[in-house]
Design a protein around this ligand. Sequence first.
Ligand SMILES: Cc1ncc(COP(=O)(O)O)c(C=O)c1O
Length: 413
Amino acid sequence: MSWGWEDDVMTSSALLHPFADPAKPEGDFVKIVRAEGTTLWDDTGKTYLDAMASLWFCQIGHGNREMVDAIGTQLAQLDSHHIFDPFTHQPAIDAAEAIRSVSPMPDGRVFLGSSGSEAVDTALKLMRQFHRLNGDPDRQILLRRTRGYHGTNWGGTTAQGIEPNRDGWGDLVPHFVEIDPDDVEDAARVFAEHGDRIAGVITEPIQGAGGVFPPSDGYLEGLRRLTEQHGALLCFDEVISGFGRTGSWFASQTYGVTPDLITFAKGVTSGYQPLSGVVVGRRVADAFESSDAMLRTGYTYSGHPAACAAGVTNIAIIERDGLVARATEIGERFEAAFAALTRDGVIAGHRGTGAVQAALLHADGIGTRQRMLEGGVVVRPIGEALAFCPPLTSTDAEIDTMIDVMVASIRPA
Ligand SMILES: Cc1ncc(COP(=O)(O)O)c(C=O)c1O
């Protein structure tokens, strides 16, 4: 069947792409048709190494049959049913248990959604409601961090520290205050001024979409100390950093700072199904459990059985195949190569933790990204940084090819 636009790539298709130029013709996009392990195929038969695990999410590699079978088996047994009161089902119970058992809050509770944005907006609501339940409804201020990315729903859009993503949507959510991304003294000043009205702080432990920034020394510890001193909550957005990416199940464990809430998505299913959520630590869970108020938030697909089956199977695969430790090895391989390239002046520097790394170029990364695509490697340019976040199943030879293609694609600034 012809839909009329295939022959004329200048005619726009019905599809309005996220984070793209709305006028870009459909025919100018790279059309991915197949994926296996770390390899992608486009519709011309060209192959690419997926150095970004798609969009920072595919921990176990593409095309895993165990995942496909687990999801299909679940759909055949119970395609879907919601879990609003009075209903529940085993896939949701099992997914929540699997997630909390690898988290730094194994005595917490797990709220489920489908996207990182849903997880973030829920966490922001829970932080404010926690204080209402504690008789402190005036605590509404939420601190966001410059360079932070927290999705594109209203709360997450407001919580972003990437200004262009906040602009143009009209009035956002009130009572957000931005803090310096590296200097915790700035947060200390905000707490000194508004401490008794601050509900909480949201931050990625390692900032991803903002350019791959590990925390500066003492930053996360400083936020933990300030939130505790002032009775506020700390939420780590681990949508990218969760599920093995930084060499521990969660970056909270890698950096040794335990927050009150953790948002997750992406790597929880390696992208085979949309699943996200919030791990709610005991302190916050106690407040909700001891209140007689109903939790009036949730999504139709909170705990979708197929997504939950994907989560349980994905976590079991990460565990069985040692992929958390593999993230550390991948990180060490990138770091050794990037350090040598920095010494030789090929790149300006590098930063990252575990299997989320960035090479810093001497110029903007868009041209290099384009040449790398032509050379068969997918990376993500963020200003002068080129982000690498490959599947944790990637081989050493694949990592080396990603780096070789980058070097061959760099032109003098
Ligand atoms: C840290 C972080 N939070 C939230 C989100 C939003 O997730 P989603 O795009 O699934 O809504 C992302 C997406 O990249 C993210 O990196």
